[in-house]
Ligand binder design. Sequence first.
Ligand SMILES: *[C@@H]1O[C@H](CO)[C@@H](O)[C@H](O)[C@H]1NC(C)=O
Ligand SMILES: *[C@@H]1O[C@H](CO)[C@@H](O)[C@H](O)[C@H]1NC(C)=O
Ligand SMILES: *[C@@H]1O[C@H](CO)[C@@H](O)[C@H](O)[C@H]1NC(C)=O
Ligand SMILES: *[C@@H]1O[C@H](CO)[C@@H](O)[C@H](O)[C@H]1NC(C)=O
Ligand SMILES: *[C@@H]1O[C@H](CO)[C@@H](O)[C@H](O)[C@H]1NC(C)=O
Length: 807
Amino acid sequence: MGPLTQLLLAGLLLLSSALCARAAAISHGGVSSMMSGCNVKGVANFSTFLLDRPSGMLYLGARDAIVAVNTANLSNCLKIEWSVPEDRRKSCVAKGKTEVDCNNYIRLLEFLGDGRIYACGTYAFDPQCAFVNISTFSLETSEDNSVRMETGKGKCPFEPSQHYTAVMAGGILYTAATSNFLGTLFDISRATGIEQERIRTERSINWLSDPEFVSSAFIQEDEKNNPTGEDDKIYFFFTEVAKEYDFYTKVKVPRVARVCKSDIGGMKTLQRRWTTFLKAQLVCEDRASGQRFNVLTDVFTKQHQQGDPSTTHFYGIFTSQWEREEMSAVCVYSLEEISKAMDGPFKELKKSCENWMNPEQVPLPRPGKCLNNALKAEGFESSLKLPDKVLTFMRDHPLMENSVVSVPLLIRSGVTYTKLAVTLTTVSNGNTRQNATVLHLGTDRGELHRVAVVGQNATLLQELTMFPATEPVNNILLNKGEVIVGSPKSLKKLLAEGCSVYTTCEECARARTLGCVWRQKEGACDLAVTEPGEGMEPEDSTSQCGSGEDQCSPATTELRVVEGLRVLLSCVQVAPRPCHWQYPPQRHARRHHSHLEVLVTPESLGTYFCVCEEAGRNQPPCRRAAYHLTLEEPVTGSNTGQMGSRQFVVGYLLIFFLGFLFACCLIYVIRWRRTKRGGGHSSSISEKGRDLLPSSDTPQSPSSASLLSEAVPFTEKRNGTLNGHGGHGGHMGGHNCTHIYANSSGLKLQESEELDGRERAGPEGEEEGLGEGLSEMGDGLGGIEEELAKLQVLRGAPLAQCEESSI
Ligand SMILES: *[C@@H]1O[C@H](CO)[C@@H](O)[C@H](O)[C@H]1NC(C)=O
Ligand SMILES: *[C@@H]1O[C@H](CO)[C@@H](O)[C@H](O)[C@H]1NC(C)=O
Ligand SMILES: *[C@@H]1O[C@H](CO)[C@@H](O)[C@H](O)[C@H]1NC(C)=O
Ligand SMILES: *[C@@H]1O[C@H](CO)[C@@H](O)[C@H](O)[C@H]1NC(C)=O
Ligand SMILES: *[C@@H]1O[C@H](CO)[C@@H](O)[C@H](O)[C@H]1NC(C)=O
């Protein structure tokens, strides 16, 4: 054994003890696990959430089933089956659809307000709706005992994976969906209620152009404070293909559209069409870099002041059409700003060269305006009374000139966010009170991230593994201080608010912007007490675990590697601004969040820097990690490099194993003693940031810390997934450690020709152990993208400048 191996041995001992400490810490408490206790085995493709807040029952739409879960105890649940008869399924397959898609995917669940739920499913590409009796939790049947159904066209998409949104307003359903089998027609419509009032958008690309619907919100006026008799409004959020630019590529734009609740269409012009459909562009742009995020993927609606609808804000997740690497941003828009854009000038879409110069006069009453007391007094009691010239103008000018502009609260590269929810709190800093926002963000790899935004400052607080990496988060719901997170296969809940959410010193240190402090004695994160006398004891100071994050000149970690080895270079992102890697030009590097995975080849040797932008606008970028990769000298006596690496691997494994055994026992004993003293505050979730920092449980030398950061993230993550998945709790010692051992060595030393970021990110090893096949939604999403890509290729050609009325 050379000096290198000895060094490795020392490092690995420390590494393994850290791992075991973590394993012990994450194996119990915190997260209520998925619906394993409830008998919904075989039910998958969960998509829709509907929560009955008073009773705490959560209704879930899935494939061929509707499930009711008690949010107080997720293992308490009921199921209704609603599937497609065999003949319908066969005729669906005959039309060229896949067997899997020819099921009944429940995409819509809404309360009807009379003790029933309206449920709509794709029903083998023939959407149908049915009624659920809540008290008996069963589908209503007709006389002949068959399920009572009505058509779901325009209420529910045909395809299980199509983008879609719906909202209930005053017992009437408003939807944004595709309305034909081919998925080529798009409508925003009033889908239920009196037949004559079921109106929709005009089928013009001026109105909707290849939209991907994202979200919708019903904003009701304050009944007690509405002197002008303003109408209630429904907002729709989507991404569409811009028609206002004359680019030769298809430029996507995020939009918000608005319709009024009392709109019932025009008399002659715009018959059975919206007379109030107005839309505006949303801009989510980072001024510092000039980067625009133009694809909207989710919106969360939040009233900033309870009971005052005018304080509504919309938080949106954006990605970019142009970026090659994954990027996500969060922008927020106020209702006020949107209203201002809707009251502003109209965009001239018929770009004849002539009316560029002389825009059309805007007629009165203002096109697209919702009816109010004043308009009613002028004789416009209904949209049927509006003059033709107003309606013609509205039909030709659905787009507003002014955009609604926002600066990202958060930008991250290497992450794709899928869903978000927002909680608001106030923080007292001495005698000033500040508003703080906590973003709960779900990723496409089954994680939940938390970010605090206080004033201009945003801090990344936590990254929790909720599900296997193949299960994207597709629902996040806030209820009674808890956050319920769903994927197509699983459901979990955890605490949403308060300092106790942050279970380690590092997390707690980051949450100090929310007023949290770490109490070393109790080993818990707590709200800072500012009264004199009870003030912070010296040992409460957060610097002891948080300081490492603030330095921007890390020592370069020397890594001796062999060809074919895959290493994960870790980098901890603290601020909400993106991190970038600088490294030798090569093909074999892949991002995993802020970390970089490198397959060692001759061209990948050299120096690697991770540079993160800082929160303050004018602060210089901070170098958060530095690595230097050099080739391990071939072991003497072995004739080929191949042989050398084999031996290296074997030695490594052996040392690793021994190190583990030793460290596990050590930690087991320590933990056991500690638990006996009653200090067991921990969570069953893996937190990456924490993993990468030197553990406060384990004293470490700088050199071991670097080894730790080289090897930990991958294994930890997988381990977190494993343990976070429920069922493995309880026993703290060797049991978990063996798992880590198997996973980490298997992964770390894997030799491979090709890197595949997505695939590798998945915890392949554990999957069988967990039972279920896990790769659905990933494929599903890929499918959507493909479909959309195809559609877009088929659609119209770009416009030439000043082309008359071509749109
Ligand atoms: C949750 O429900 C299950 C099954 O009904 C029951 O065994 C368990 O004790 C309940 N847990 C709690 C915390 O109420
Ligand atoms: C639900 O079913 C029960 C029992 O059949 C019936 O009495 C009740 O009226 C039904 N509720 C509704 C809203 O239809
Ligand atoms: C905090 O939020 C409240 C309610 O939205 C608002 O009235 C107040 O101005 C905000 N305070 C600060 C400091 O932003
Ligand atoms: C934001 O961060 C800067 C630097 O870290 C700090 O000086 C400032 O007080 C913070 N502002 C708020 C509102 O927390
Ligand atoms: C539904 O789940 C199955 C397997 O569980 C998967 O193959 C399929 O792609 C999923 N469909 C959708 C629309 O998510």
